[in-house]
Design a protein around this ligand. Structure first.
Ligand code: KG4
Ligand code: ZN
Length: 334
């Protein structure tokens, strides 16, 4: 079965074709980063308009470069939420219309389920059950995963998501958008000379809070001499604090669930120091750890095609309505 995957929840237009037996056939990504950079962040209306411009040409290109025709496609998977409503509607309406025209099923995919299953596209995929740490621009979730659609929320951020904290801290330091990768590049030139807190690690539980780190970074910067080295040192101390906090909570989640497999996914999982800290912790805990390849950490169509394929194989599909849900807790998925 060939499944066309469509991702348009935020600032990347992602298209992919996944085959239930052969695996990933093709994936294409168009990033809107350059367009939004002029505004210092994602402008939702511009995002929607750009998805409209790019989505259909990308679908045509994916089919052509795979040597496939529309008649070869057996199902369409699209990100239905969570995300920006206008952006989601472009993907949902396009997917639903194509599915109707091609007389094939369409399935609505939860964006975070896509992230969660992204490591399944790798050579050594995790096996159920496992603990998943999902760290993106909009979410920080610790989930116990017993199978597709069998998700138990263990912990989440009570305020800013990890990626949001990276983005806001980068903005305060004048690094612009996209904040996460820029702050991370700057951190490599600094030493964690300033001591940052490890929020909510001094009490039991698996919830997170990252908004205080951003305020801490601002106060530290304002009381420093504001040199370029201070800036890099603050970036390094901030990044270390996030990496260690995530590591402490994941260790706790593994111990609490008694599981020995950890999946880490979402845009922030592209961060080298966070990958290293979690890998070291997992080794000490004798747990296996699974990340997607770097290009599948951030938003992409491949993870949506994969997740949709699993749901179509399980017999799920949506009716003819265009389904988009900007807020959609993963715990409501079945
Ligand atoms: O998963 P994603 O592409 O989109 C959402 O679902 O939100 O994640 C985007 C987030 C942004 O906050 C971005 O700054 C962050 O991931 N990010 C990073 C890195 N690459 C992307 N954060 C830290 N270090 C990185 N290397
Ligand atoms: Zn995402």
């Amino acid at each position: 079965m060939y499944v066309l995957g469509i991702e348009t929840s935020c600032d990347e237009t992602g298209v992919a074709i996944y085959h239930s037996k052969q695996g990933l056939v093709k994936h294409l990504l168009y990033s809107q980063v350059d367009m939004h950079a002029d505004y210092g962040g994602v402008v939702p209306e511009l995002a929607s308009r750009d998805h409209i411009r790019k989505l259909v040409p990308l679908i045509k290109q994916a089919l052509q470069e795979s040597g496939l025709k529309s008649a070869d496609i057996n199902g369409i998977a699209y990100t239905a939420g969570p995300g920006l409503m206008g952006a989601l509607l472009v993907g949902a309406a396009t997917a639903r219309s194509l599915a109707w025209a091609w007389q094939i099923p369409a399935v609505a995919v939860h964006h975070m389920e896509g992230h969660l299953l992204a490591p399944m596209l790798e050579e050594n995929p995790p096996t159920f059950p496992f603990v998943a740490l999902l760290i993106s621009g909009g979410h920080t979730l610790l989930v116990r995963v017993d199978g597709i659609g069998r998700y138990q929320l263990l912990g989440e951020s009570l305020d800013d998501a990890a990626g949001e904290a990276f983005d806001k801290t980068a903005k305060m330091l004048g690094l612009g958008y996209p904040g996460g990768p820029r702050l991370s590049a700057l951190a490599e030139q600094g030493k964690p000379a300033f001591k940052f807190p490890r929020p909510m690690t001094d009490r039991p539980g698996l919830d997170f809070s990252f908004s205080g780190l951003k305020t801490f970074a601002l106060n530290t910067y304002q009381t420093s001499e504001k040199t370029a080295q201070d800036q890099a040192d603050i970036a390094a101390a901030f990044q270390l604090a996030v990496a260690e906090t995530l590591s402490i909570k994941c260790k706790r989640a593994l111990q609490q669930t008694g599981l020995n497999s950890l999946v880490v996914a979402g845009g922030v999982s592209a961060n080298k120091q966070i990958r290293a800290a979690l890998t070291e912790m997992a080794a000490k805990e004798q747990a296996s750890i699974h990340f997607p390849r770097l290009e599948f950490c951030t938003d992409n169509g491949a993870m949506i095609a994969y997740a949709g394929c699993q749901r179509l194989l399980a017999g799920q599909q949506q009716d003819l309505t265009v389904f988009a849900r900007p807020r959609w807790p993963i715990s409501e998925l079945i």
